[in-house]
Structures are given as structure tokens and as C-alpha cells.
Design a protein around this ligand. Sequence first.
Ligand code: ASP
Length: 330
Amino acid sequence: MQVRLEKIVVLGTGGTIAGLAGDPAHSRHYVAAQKPVADLLGGVAVPAGSEVLSEQVAQVDSKDIDLAVWQRLLLRCQYWLAQDDVRGVVITHGTDTLEETALLLQSVLAPAKPVVLTCAMRPANAPDADGPRNLADALQVAACVGAQGVIVVCAGQIHAAAEVQKVHTSRLDAFGSGDAGPLGRIGPDGMQLAREWPRCGKAWSAPDVQALAARTAWPRVEVVYSHALASGALVDALLDAEVTRRLGVPPVQGLVVAGTGNGTVHHALHDALQRAAAAGVHVVRATRCAAGGVSSTGEEAFPDSRGLSPAKARVALMLSLLPGQRARRD
Ligand code: ASP
């Protein structure tokens, strides 16, 4: 009898995991997003009972992710996740904006199957490249019975989309999950889960995902930073209709303020944000601190980011400002 293999689909988007150094002996100098995803899989162990397919969705340094890449990725994830014989999806991605892509996919697709993002801190042709190990671990997680939701696998750690954050510029274990800690670990002794897989929540309907992927622009949301000696000048400039017109950009609909400590904001910047809110701009308070989130007493002028970092709060606010998404925001 022929055993039916379950498919794991690997979607390549670029990043250092697909990077190449001109001189592998000096692999700190490299160009990201060079090697095709099919080649990254060469020599990587395939989990028992699985068949691995790959597809190149993009080939970018993730610092340069644009709307078109996110839209293609959403559509390809949606397509593959809907196939009965697909067990899960793995995405090779740059580390720089990986957490934003993870949150986007979790928020929109809320998948009941695993979508595992993985990455590397060293290019593919470095003698001590970390990509192959990370990719093999990601495939194992995608093949794991019961795994669901958007997950990040890097350096033997498994993180959930909601908490994961790049916390180091150069270490191989560049990601952390703040106070929550990683979901689990994966290594030579197998996988140990410390917490439940992310809950799958409520996915957007298929037509809503298609509409999101077809929009020529998503709501413009900017991040501003509170700091010593801050002023409101940046916010006022962002709201200036003449500046907006001259730059040919859509008007700002949302602002995330990366506040100090527990989401506190310099009074001059706070005044400007209040002017922005009075003009109809949605303002959310996050924190510059790497961990701890922002808690509210209910008396603050602006809602907090519900534990999300400024970069992720920007994604969440942007999605919530799309037409028809008010119910999700309130
Ligand atoms: N700049 C690279 C990227 O995000 C960094 C990395 O992948 O580590 O694509």
C-alpha cells in the first residue's frame, strides 16, 4: 500500500538565510536574498511522513519588505493552507521584519495549521551557516501533530507571533518572547513545548483576504518616538496637509507612539498627539522598552498597544483601520 505523504510547503521570501557572501571566509559581508528557496532545501532533512514543496514568493532583504510582498505572501499562504493534503507552511524570511510579517499572518489568517517562519543570522555560504539547522527545525515544527498558528523558529527556540521580537543585532539566538518566554525549544533531543500553540482565533474570510491583497494602499500608520527634549513638531509635520500633498503620500490615519517606560509620553509630544486625535487620527501608546508592555489605568488619553511592540502595534492599527474592520478594533 502506498503511504500518502503530507505536504509541507516552503515559501521563500529572501533574507540572510538566502544571503551569499562574496568571500565565505568573511561572511559578515554578504548580500541578503540571493539563493533560491529550492536550493536552501538541499541536504535539509525532511520529516518522516512528509513531502516538501517550495515556492519563491519574493527575494528581498526583509528591511525592504513592501506591500506587494506581503500581499503575495498572504495569498500564497491562504492558497496552500486551504489544500487538504498540506500539513503546514514554512516561510524563509529575513530577521529584520520577521515579527511584523508573523503578526500580519497571525492576525489575518489565524491558521488552524502551522505557519512557521524561519531565518538565519549568517548567510547561506558561511562555513558555519545557521540557516540549514533552523530550516530543518522549522520543518519538524510544521510536521508536528497539533501545531497551529503562526510560529517563529530560530536557534532552537520556538516563539509565538504575538510575542516574538528581534532582540539582538548579531547573536544567532536573535529573538526573544519577552516576559512570556518562548513557546518551546527544539534540538537534538526533540521538541519540548512550554506553552500551548497560539490559539487560532478568528480568521478573515477568504474574500476579505483577497480584498486586502488587492488594495493598492493600506491605511497609513506612522510610528513616533518619545524621548527627552521631545517636541510635537514631527507629529504636526505628519499632519500637515500641504506636506502630505507635496510628498504625494496618503494622509496619516494612525500614529503609534513608542512611549517611555509604561507608555508615558513627553508633554509636548502628548499635546501634538491630542491635536492629531482631535483631527481624527487614531493614536496608540506602546513602549520603547523591550519587555513588560504597557498597562493602562483607563484615564490615559490614548489606548495602549495590548502588549505589542511599536512595530507590531503599527501592523495591528493599520489592519484595524481598513474599511469593515472596526468591529475587530473596538
Ligand atoms: N537584513 C536581513 C533581512 O532581514 C537580515 C537577516 O535576515 O538577518 O533580510
